[in-house]
Design a protein around this ligand. Structure first.
Ligand SMILES: Nc1nc2c(ncn2[C@@H]2O[C@H](COP(=O)(O)OP(=O)(O)OP(=O)(O)O)[C@@H](O)[C@H]2O)c(=O)[nH]1
Length: 338
């Protein structure tokens, strides 16, 4: 790090010396609201969200640009009991990330009592001494103020029990703050406060980041390759409405993204060819649906999101392929990007 000099009398560029930049990650059990919060902070849909647990596979970085700081968000999968090789690798990814970031945000939903899953993560967090931890109470729009207060106290106590000091305990609602969040709040709490609370969170994280000039060019929202982002959006659409046993069996790989030739400059079209991988032939029918209806819907839905992300019209060509037991096969895992 560059040593900071004493404030110059001219005070010509205070922002340059006070600027901070660094990495933060959100942890918490599945469904705690990590991806939604990442999107709300970044202000666009970069991490996939779903009402199903453990949908986040790739470490998607969202970049928050503020006048005084650049916050790079690393979105990790949930930490859970590993049952497969994939599970083990995901847990390794999580722990490595925790040790490397400047701040950890521990997400705890306001509407669910602290459980064994939260304690398991909190214990692991307590063992990472150096990284400051912020407790983030998510989904505050789903509870009343009494329930929120109880949760804040419980979290404070949990920290004390584990001999861990929270740098902050911050309540947030991402509803109303995120473009595309779309789910309506229950009306119990203060819906619509979302954006302000999310900004406050960014403000509280900023002083915990090291002093540094911006690390990414202004305007960059993520450094994930576009193909990975596109694959995530397709996977999200494919997961919608499928039965519980399927989510872990779906992987998406974008094989090719090419601008269509012979198009006038003002009417470009991007051809995207992607494969939806499943583990067993019996799962094919579920994904494709009667007369291909489901797959068509998946294509239409994800195409809209992809077009919004890339800012260009897209022709999406989706194929379903069986990659037998890909979760247990290291070679297949590598091929699928894990
Ligand atoms: N009402 C409300 N719902 C929220 C809020 N934040 C997230 N949710 C919902 O909670 C569910 C889970 O949110 P995610 O952001 O996908 O949770 P996650 O922690 O990233 O989940 P994994 O990827 O499974 O680890 C989704 O249905 C979200 O719409 C919030 O502030 N208010």
């Amino acid at each position: 790090m560059v040593a900071m000099s004493a404030p110059s009398p001219a005070e010509s560029e205070p922002q340059a010396t006070d600027h901070r930049a660094g990495f933060a990650c959100f942890v918490g059990r599945p469904n705690a609201g990590k991806s939604t919060l990442t999107n709300a902070l970044v202000g666009t849909k970069v991490a996939i969200t779903s009402n199903r647990p453990q949908t986040t596979r790739h470490t998607v970085r969202g970049i928050v640009h503020r006048p005084d700081a650049q916050l790079i968000l690393v979105d990790t999968p949930g930490l859970h009991k590993p049952r497969t090789l994939l599970g083990e690798r995901l847990n390794d990814v999580v722990r490595t990330t925790w040790a490397e970031v400047d701040v950890i945000g521990f997400c705890l939903p306001a509407n669910e009592k602290l459980g064994p899953g939260d304690r398991f993560i909190a214990k692991e967090l307590a063992s990472i001494k150096k990284t400051p931890k912020i407790a983030i109470v998510t989904k505050t729009d789903l509870v009343d103020s009494k329930q929120l207060a109880e949760q804040l106290i419980a979290i404070d106590q949990l920290g004390k029990e584990l001999g861990m000091e929270w740098a902050e305990i911050v309540p947030v609602s991402a509803v109303g703050a995120e473009e595309g969040a779309g789910r309506s709040p229950s009306g119990k709490g203060g819906g619509g406060r979302g954006a302000g609370q999310v900004d406050l969170l960014a403000e509280l994280i900023t002083p915990l980041l090291p002093k540094s000039p911006a690390l990414y060019p202004e305007g960059d929202l993520t450094d994930e390759p576009e193909q990975v982002m596109v694959a995530e959006l397709i996977r999200e659409a494919a997961l919608e409405g499928v039965r519980d046993e399927l989510p872990h069996s779906i992987a998406v790989v974008v094989e090719e993204m090419l601008p269509r030739e012979d198009r006038p400059a003002d009417r470009p079209l991007l051809d995207i060819h992607a494969f939806v991988y499943i583990e067993r032939p019996s799962q094919k029918g579920i994904i494709i649906g009667p007369k291909g209806k489901r797959l068509k819907e998946v294509g239409m839905k994800s195409r809209k999101h992809i077009e919004a992300l890339l800012g260009t019209p897209v022709f999406l060509d989706l194929h379903v392929k069986v990659a037998k037991d890909w979760q247990r096969d290291p070679k297949q895992l590598r091929k699928l990007g894990f």
